[in-house]
Design a protein around this ligand. Sequence first.
Ligand code: 13P
Ligand code: SF4
Length: 304
Amino acid sequence: MKISEVQEKILKLKKEQDICILAHSYQSREIVEIADYTGDSFQLSLMAQKTPQKKVIMCGVRFMAETVKILSPEKTVILANPEAGCPMAEQMDKQMIESIKKDFPDYTVVAYINTTAELKTVCDVCVTSSSAVKIVNAIDNKNILFIPDCNLGDYVAKQVKDKNIKLLHGGCPIHAGISVKEAKDAKAKYPDALLLVHPECIPGVVAEADYVGSTSGIMDYASKSGAKEFIIGTEMSIAEHLQYAHPEKIFHILSKKLICVNMKLTSLMDVLNSLKGAGGEEINLDETTIRDARKCIDEMIRLG
Ligand code: 13P
Ligand code: SF4
């Protein structure tokens, strides 16, 4: 079957069954094209709440599908490719954070949304890369334990100077794998380009950037900027989506290493099979996990 034929089948089945398809912006072009909503983690979590459909297919990684289920427990939530996980989300577990909390009882535990539902149950508030600074600022406690991404945490700590932010050693292997040398080399190779990076990159790379922001922050900045040339310091699909949206501008990838294999696992056929009930995995979380994890996501929405 051709890509366009699969897309047509998906659109037809989706309409007949009244199913919502959510896609993170790191998904491939052909998936973004058939999705009802595309966005960064924060936008998807809001969409998860608002969408009226009773069934949702998530094209992204497991923690994103879990977030949809936590916010809409009455909905059927399918992760289109069950193998798609986020290695950062699995770096820290509930037992580890519970034992660290004993040593820091007066700290508010802030969890990046890239964490498992189980881990969220022992955290106080979630953040996404686009909401982190605003939310940490709004927390009514000086002492913050920020998990798991020490690079995003460092970025937040530099913006929120009046808080005591404790970090643990976690992060995204894809973004954190980019070196300062690579950033400097890319700038030297494309001297007229602006460097836009995600705050999951290491502090030295962030320091080289002209703009730092979430995936949608980077896309908005590049779209609205009067500049013509950009180096994109996040998952390489963003450079591709931007190039389609703005053929008159030039987008370079910061590094060939910026490819998230987990985000790339989902194929159009996975989506089609999920619609047919012949693929994907239904996300099931027990009531207690949903209730406790939800407090931390609701707090993010309240403060954000
Ligand atoms: P955002 O979508 O919040 O920018 O996060 C990037 C990411 O790595 C998602 O897994
Ligand atoms: Fe996880 Fe990094 Fe992939 Fe995002 S890009 S899903 S944080 S591994």
